[in-house]
Design a protein around this ligand. Structure first.
Ligand SMILES: Nc1nc2[nH]cc(C(=O)O)c2c(=O)[nH]1
Ligand code: SF4
Ligand SMILES: [Mg+2]
Length: 233
């Protein structure tokens, strides 16, 4: 991908943190990864584990796209996770950040954790780079935000993308199963237990009982390795 225009590198974005750790989730779990966490979110999930990424908390700092790129490339990881909050909240600016990160040529995998309440159409059309992948959440009833889901995204996701359901209860499990049968998707479905309310063994039993052989269990490695409340890991 060609380097974006010089003016793009001066565009400012509200930020929480940039750090390096191992990816805790999804198909790339375990790989050393740079995390770029943007500030701001258009949802308020009941079980959110990053409440410091939107008001009433404040952005830790405002960085230009040039500064974000400089910090993200100061580590040796070749995987990058763009997260938040909701990293696609800033539309054209979010797309420009992704393009600038791609243009470094440093990242062999650049995945974006998005919350299902942002239309992915513009991003998928504009950003043509095989290393860019979307990990879309589908918010279930326990989150309190299931009515915000843009179901049109599901058919747009590609086989390299992932569709993550965070499951807090049997009600959530049944709703996730329903979504998968109602909206065909090429993305890999991931079922992730809510840390506080869904014992992983219970979720595995439900998956086996219902014969969901296309679905992958997704454990948050970082909550197993470190204190679940610890930031920046
Ligand atoms: N290690 C680690 N892996 C993660 N995968 C997704 C994360 C996120 O906060 O979006 C996350 C995170 O915060 N830490
Ligand atoms: S979308 Fe993510 S960051 Fe936003 S409230 Fe829900 S869990 Fe938290
Ligand atoms: Mg997290």
């Amino acid at each position: 991908m060609k380097r974006p225009d010089a003016a793009v590198y001066d565009v400012k974005l509200p930020m929480v943190e940039i750090f390096e750790t191992v990816e805790g989730e999804g198909t790339r779990a375990g790989f050393p990864t740079v995390f770029v966490r943007l500030f701001g979110c258009n949802l308020r999930c009941t079980w959110c584990d990053t409440k410091y990424s939107y008001p009433p908390a404040e952005a830790e700092h405002v960085l230009t796209i040039g500064q974000i790129v400089e910090q993200a490339t100061s580590y040796s990881s070749t995987h990058l996770c763009l997260t938040g909050g909701e990293p696609l909240l800033y539309g054209d600016k979010s797309a420009s950040l992704i393009e600038a990160l791609v243009a470094t040529g440093r990242f062999t995998d650049l995945h974006i954790e998005t919350n299902g309440a942002i239309d992915l159409g513009m991003f998928l059309e504009r950003i043509d780079a095989p290393e860019v992948r979307y990990i879309m959440d589908y918010k279930l009833p326990d989150s309190g935000e299931s009515d915000k889901m843009i179901t049109a995204n599901l058919v747009k996701l590609r086989s390299q993308d992932e569709l993550k359901f965070v499951i807090g209860s049997e009600r959530d499990f049944l709703a996730a199963k329903e979504v998968l049968s109602a909206y065909p998707t090429a993305a890999l479905p991931l079922f992730s237990p809510v840390w506080e309310t869904m014992p992983p063994a219970r979720l595995v039993s439900l998956m086996l009982e219902h014969g969901l052989s296309r679905v992958k269990l997704n454990m948050q490695l970082h909550k197993i390795i470190w204190d679940p409340a610890k930031r920046g890991v």
